[in-house]
Design a protein around this ligand. Structure first.
Ligand code: S3P
Length: 172
């Protein structure tokens, strides 16, 4: 079985769901931003500030290309699905779940966040435009679209587990 990737906009719950999924399934969990931070010894805002966004995007692609060959759950950064090569790598090496949340929920979660450079430099309107612009690309990259609105973490996790199990039993 391959990797499980969680994709979607900032604040859609990728890390929280990834952690919970890992706890329930005992499949190891990795947060891509945290791995990039560990590898570079810099925070995400520091990388953006010192080297620019393109450099950060290259680090993301690098991560996807080189990360350990292991059955694991990976919560990706919100911009990862924008590059075609990233979508191709994820689809080839795993199952991709797109977590969809309404922008109003997202905004509530990210509005005051200081660790997200894109949020720091953008207005609410700009973030909503980016959300609309990215949506088709998340859909393109994903094998499954998961609706998170009015669903508990437990329900979302169970749904993803069900899909993993279903595909696993086909593999056998
Ligand atoms: C980004 C999302 C962030 C992080 C970086 C850029 C984006 O990850 O990778 O700040 O472009 O949407 P989260 O989705 O975990 O916030």
């Amino acid at each position: 079985m391959k990797k499980i990737y969680l994709i979607g906009y900032m604040g859609c719950g990728k890390s929280a769901i990834g952690r919970r999924l890992s706890f329930a399934t005992k499949i190891p969990f990795y947060d891509m931003d945290a791995e990039i931070k560990r590898k570079t010894g810099m925070t995400i805002p520091e990388i953006f500030e010192q080297y620019g966004e393109e450099y950060f995007r290259d680090l993301e692609t690098d991560f996807l290309r080189t990360f350990r060959d292991e059955f694991c759950i990976i919560s990706t950064g919100g911009g990862v699905a924008m590059r075609k090569i990233n979508r191709e790598i994820m689809r080839k090496t795993g199952l991709v779940f797109y977590l969809n949340a309404p922008f109003k929920d997202i905004w509530r979660r990210i509005a005051t966040d200081r660790n997200r450079p894109i949020v720091q430099r953008s207005t609410r309107e700009e973030l909503e435009a980016l959300y609309d612009e990215r949506k088709p690309l998340y859909l393109k990259g994903a094998h499954f679209k998961v609706e998170t609105e009015r669903r508990s973490l437990r329900e979302i996790t169970n749904y993803i587990m069900f899909q993993i199990e279903r595909l696993r039993s086909h593999d056998d």
